[in-house]
Ligand binder design. Structure first.
Ligand SMILES: [Zn+2]
Ligand SMILES: [Zn+2]
Length: 277
């Protein structure tokens, strides 16, 4: 009997599911059923990805709170998976207390490592709205392909961006020109993990081709340190003094959902959780 962990991708809670989501998620359910039938011990988990600027932005546009928006879609997703007969052992959400507690514990330990440091960086700010503008709260022109891009990424060419890289950046809420103000953030030193990450990618030849290619490309182009925190109201509190007005950056918490949800699935058996991971 084998211990099998299956993590279904977490749908993002700012819009309804469509057939494309289901097509991508179904193979994991088939796999879970196969392993259960074969007598293996399966932990099949997933959940709704509830934080980040797309939910916050949508809430602002609809005159609702981000909690209302993400809860609405979380309920819809859970109901949809139930009706379709998905066999998750646990389906959670990143706005649950279980997930938030897990993430804060994890980050506290992470900040004690030599890979996390503080840095003052220019952050987009809207005088008209009177607030910092994280990621998608800024829109502008991509410096790489000239397409319309947001403050975190260009969907047209896939380029990872910062708001200060955009040409003609404006506030996504009110359309005003933006300015930049200094803000202190925690960063993770990815460039110092280059060799470990390279070894990790090279030792997993069974990864899907596009996962391999993307990972190799990021390493080849030079890993850039990434912010772990954001000037946002919506998200998980940063467990660090002086960061009361900031939140953990979504990329640094949503993928921890595989850990937090399997811990929740196995809450009566902490030893099984440790063994699984
Ligand atoms: Zn582009
Ligand atoms: Zn504005």
């Amino acid at each position: 009997m084998k211990d099998i962990l299956i993590g279904g991708a977490w749908p993002y809670a700012n819009g309804s599911l469509h057939i494309g989501h289901i097509a991508a998620l179904l193979p994991a359910d088939v796999l879970a059923r196969y392993h259960r039938a074969a007598g293996d011990k399966v932990c099949y988990v997933s959940g709704s990805d509830c934080h980040g600027t797309p939910v916050a932005l949508r809430a602002r546009q609809e005159g609702k709170t981000p909690e209302e928006i993400s809860s609405r879609y979380h309920r819809e997703f859970a109901e949809c998976f139930r009706k379709l007969g998905f066999s998750y052992d646990y389906y959670g959400r990143t706005s649950s207390e279980e997930h938030k507690e897990f993430v804060k514990e994890f980050h506290k330990k992470l900040y004690e490592s030599p890979f996390v440091y503080e840095k003052e960086v220019p952050q987009a700010y809207c005088e008209n709205c009177g607030s910092f503008l994280a990621d998608r709260f800024v829109t502008g022109t991509c410096p790489e392909c000239g397409g319309e891009a947001r403050g975190d990424q260009c969907d047209a060419c896939g380029m990872v961006l910062e708001a200060e890289n955009l040409e003609n950046p404006v506030c996504a809420v009110c359309g005003s020109e933006i300015s930049f103000r200094s803000s202190r953030h925690l960063f993770i030193a990815l460039d110092r993990m280059e060799q470990e990450l390279k070894n990790l990618v090279e030792s997993h030849e069974n990864w899907r081709k596009n996962a391999q290619t993307f990972s190799e490309r990021y390493i080849r182009e030079g890993l850039r340190d990434r912010a772990l925190t954001r000037d946002l109201d919506w998200g998980i509190e940063v467990p660090h003094a002086g960061y009361e007005n900031k939140k953990i950056y979504i990329w640094a918490e949503n993928v921890l959902g595989y850990l937090s949800s399997s811990r929740a699935a196995l809450k009566d058996n902490p030893e099984a959780f440790r063994q699984l991971w």
